[in-house]
Design a binder for this molecule. Structure first.
Ligand SMILES: [Zn+2]
Length: 215
C-alpha cells in the first residue's frame, strides 16, 4: 500500500488509540454487539463535523442509529425513481429495529440552512452545487416565511431557518405511513432538537408552542 496521506495517518493513529483503550476496555460490549444491534433511538443530524450525535448525547456504540446529511433533513415520503437513502434508513430503524424515539437534531451555524436562506446555490449544475440546491429546496416554503419575517442574513434569520428546518423534517417524517401510524399508536415518539455549537447547549422543540427550550 502507498504511504497514507497525513489525514489518513491521523485517522489510523486514532484507530490504534481506540483499539488500545476503547475497544480493549469494553470487550464485553463489543462481544455483545457482534451478535446484533438493538438501538432504541434514531437520530437524524447534520453532516457538519461539529454536530456529532454520539458525543453530544454521550452514547456508546449500539445505542443510537444515526443518519446524517446536509441540514439534518428528511424528505417527504415519495416513490419517485432514485435512491432514497434517508427513507431506507428510516424504514430500517422504524420497521426492523423498531426504535421508540426519533430525534431530529438541527444545529447552529448550519451551512445547509444558510444556503437555503440565501439561495446561493440556486441554478447550479449537479456536481457544482446543484445537488445541494436540490436537497435544500425541501426548505423553500419554510425559507420564504423566514425571509419574510427576518430577512436573509444575520444570526436571527439563520437561527430561525435552522429551527424551521427541524420542523420541516418532523413534518416530513409524519408523511411516512409507518411513522404516522406508530406515532398515533404511541409506539414511536418524534422530537425536534437543536444543538447550539457556540455555547454547547441543547434545546428541545415544544411542538405545542413551536418554541425551542433548554433541555
Ligand atoms: Zn448543518
Amino acid at each position: 500500500m502507498s504511504t497514507p496521506s497525513p489525514e489518513l495517518a491521523e485517522l489510523i493513529a486514532g484507530y490504534h488509540r481506540f483499539k488500545e483503550n476503547g475497544w480493549n476496555d469494553e470487550r464485553e460490549r463489543w462481544a455483545r454487539l457482534s451478535e446484533g444491534q438493538s438501538p432504541q433511538v434514531m437520530v437524524i443530524a447534520c453532516s457538519d463535523s461539529r454536530s456529532e450525535p454520539a458525543r453530544i448525547f454521550d452514547t456508546a456504540p449500539g445505542e443510537i442509529f444515526v443518519v446524517r446529511n446536509i441540514a439534518a433533513l428528511v424528505p417527504e415520503f415519495e416513490t419517485s425513481p432514485g435512491h432514497h437513502g434517508v427513507s431506507a434508513a428510516l424504514e430500517f430503524a422504524v420497521q426492523v429495529l423498531k426504535v421508540r424515539e426519533i430525534v431530529v437534531m438541527g444545529h447552529g451555524m448550519c451551512g445547509g440552512c444558510h444556503a437555503a436562506l440565501t439561495q446561493e446555490m440556486l441554478g447550479a449544475e449537479p456536481g457544482q452545487g446543484g445537488f445541494i440546491a436540490d436537497w435544500i429546496s425541501m426548505l423553500d416554503e419554510a425559507r420564504d416565511a423566514v425571509a419574510e419575517q427576518y430577512g436573509t442574513s444575520g444570526r436571527e434569520a439563520e437561527r430561525a431557518m435552522e429551527h424551521a428546518a427541524v420542523r420541516v423534517s418532523l413534518g416530513n417524517l409524519r408523511t411516512f405511513p409507518c411513522v404516522a401510524a406508530k406515532e398515533q399508536r404511541g409506539d414511536l415518539r418524534l422530537t425536534g432538537a437543536f444543538f447550539a455549537i457556540a455555547d454547547g447547549e441543547l434545546h428541545l422543540l415544544d411542538e405545542d408552542t413551536g418554541r425551542f427550550a433548554l433541555a
